[in-house]
Design a protein around this ligand. Structure first.
Ligand code: SIN
Length: 533
């Protein structure tokens, strides 16, 4: 089946929905999302949205905090643009119906997070993302120009030079999961808003949908990617055998939380002058060091010195989840461990979300826009999604940039058969996520990275063989995508022979600004190289 779209959006988080609502003012938007319309990392965001909304705060201070955290790789012009435009986009989100927490005077309650020099994070209790997603989905549901297809997973982008056409992206092949059919969706503009890839690691704060689909598809199509070695690990996710992925928001440390060893001693003072509010990479490495040094399974986040009533109200979601596992944060410390949280690298885009391939646009976590550099400042990502969603839609409305599809062949199943060996998927899935955690995690070495490189090469061979001989299904596609993302992370990490931001290697513990003071750019078929912008 073939459908012609004007704007095809892949993903239904904050970036995709913000784009859709703006673009729908002048065109028809088709959104495909692989589970339900609310299954996104946005929906799981706890902390909030960083924006300068307090008269005592300044754009310069937010810019400086972002650049300071970015380890010298954030692009100053991009940072200035996002931080300057962000507050307007946040106010529009509120006009759309998103409700954020207010103080007793009825003003927005601004909270603090690591790396920020001021209280500037707006939030909806500790379920900010859920409120943002609710408001955006409600507006999109009612919009006559927006159609959302759930349970539709993009298999690959349609890059037309493969069929003798121009080098451009003209839509995507999309698996309709209920029927198992792959549809051909051509589009004037294809907007990747498919989020991150936390599932590439064994422990992650991300939802199951975060399998790097956007990055993997863009890479296979030949788009330029950058900085895949910079994967952010959140210092604190709940440690409990039954808890699965559950984030313990940085806002707890913003409200005075103290990290302690099992014997009750606080340890962050010996790692950084900002103690528990040090940048996230520092805190994650400190916890990793403390756990490895003592052999402990976790460290502890202590909130017991805070007012219990305040805690239960301000962090109602986290409190309820901890109580479910018998942990009362009002009276005992919470066991926590780091978890893969945010992909700072991705598809290289300009300030409007254009990728290096005509017809392909990208917004949100799937991108490397230049905002985060080597390390992301807490709560800057929802902001980025809002700003880029808006800018990409405006750029498309302003210019004559829609591509025409030309003749695109329908999906061909060839001689593929239904899989009778799903064990290939589960085996490779587990193996990959485990070696990525052990060898390509918070603290790296060349030796560990080379071990990971050997393993991914082997797995890729098996996965490719499996992919080409069987009919596609979601599990197989997700495995194929996380394997591509894993390979990209490993290649980029191996090429950066220094430690900077989120990439820390014992073999090169210092920053080498002369050789590595710029982005790691990678395109299919060529090794990663360092390039300034
Ligand atoms: C958190 O609530 O700690 C997450 C905030 C973020 O990752 O930006």
């Amino acid at each position: 089946m073939r459908t012609e779209c004007e704007y095809l959006v892949i993903g239904s988080g904050i970036a995709g929905l913000s784009f859709a609502l703006r673009a729908a003012e002048h065109g028809r938007v088709t959104i495909v999302t692989k589970r339900s319309r609310t299954d996104s990392a946005t929906n799981w965001a706890q902390g909030g949205i960083a924006a300068v909304l307090d008269p005592d705060d300044t754009t310069d201070a937010h810019v400086s905090d972002t650049l300071g955290t970015g380890g010298g790789l954030s692009h100053e012009k991009v940072v200035e643009m996002v931080i300057t435009e962000g507050p307007k986009r946040v106010l529009e989100l509120m006009e759309l119906g998103a409700e954020f927490s207010k103080n007793e005077a009825g003003e927005l309650d601004l909270t603090m997070e690591g790396g920020h020099s001021a209280r500037r994070v707006i939030h909806a209790g500790d379920i900010t993302g859920r409120e943002v997603q609710r408001a955006l989905v409600a507006a999109a549901n009612e919009h006559p120009q927006i159609t959302i297809h759930e349970e539709h997973m993009a298999v690959d982008l349609i890059e037309t030079s493969r069929f003798g056409g121009p080098r451009q992206v003209s839509g995507a092949y999309v698996l309709h999961e209920t029927t198992g059919e792959v549809h051909t969706l051509t589009a004037g503009a294809t907007i990747l808003a498919a989020g991150g890839a936390g599932k590439v690691y064994l422990y992650t704060s991300n939802p199951d949908v975060a399998t790097g689909d956007g990055v993997a598809m863009a890479y296979r199509a030949g788009a330029e990617l950058a900085n895949m070695e910079f994967f952010q690990f959140h210092p604190t996710s709940l440690y409990h055998p039954k808890a699965g992925s559950f984030l313990i928001s940085e806002a707890l440390r913003g409200e005075g939380g103290i990290l302690r060893r099992a014997d009750g001693t606080a340890f962050m003072a010996s790692h950084h002058e900002q103690k528990d509010l040090a940048p996230r990479d520092v805190v994650a490495r400190a916890i990793d060091y403390e756990m490895k040094r003592s052999g402990a399974d976790s460290v502890f986040l202590d909130m017991t010195h805070e007012n219990g009533e305040f805690l239960a109200k301000r962090f109602s979601n986290i409190h309820a989840r901890c109580m479910k596992y018998g942990i009362d944060m009002r009276t005992e410390p919470i066991p926590v461990v780091p978890a893969a949280h945010y992909m700072c690298g991705g598809v290289v885009v300009d300030q409007d979300g254009r990728s290096s391939l005509p017809g392909l646009w990208a917004i949100g976590e799937v991108t490397c826009s230049g905002l985060h550099g080597a390390n992301r400042l807490a709560s800057n990502s929802l902001l980025e999604g809002l700003v880029y969603g808006y800018r990409a839609a405006n750029a498309l409305a302003a210019g004559n940039e829609l591509v025409s599809a030309g003749s695109v062949p329908e999906w061909d199943v060839g001689s593929a058969i239904a899989s009778n060996e799903e064990v290939v998927v589960s085996q490779n899935w587990d193996e990959l996520r485990r070696f990525m955690w052990n060898y390509v995690g918070i603290v790296r070495t060349d030796k560990r990275l080379r071990r990971a490189a050997r393993r991914i090469a082997l797995l890729q061979e098996e996965i490719r063989e499996y992919y080409w001989s069987h009919l596609v299904n979601r599990d197989m596609l997700e495995l194929r995508n996380i394997a591509d993302v894993a390979e990209l992370i490993i290649m980029c990490a191996l090429s950066r022979k220094e430690s900077r931001g989120l990439h820390y290697t014992l073999d090169y513990p210092d920053v080498d600004a002369t050789r590595f003071g710029a982005d790691t750019v990678i395109t299919r078929g060529a090794p990663p190289h360092v390039r300034g912008r």
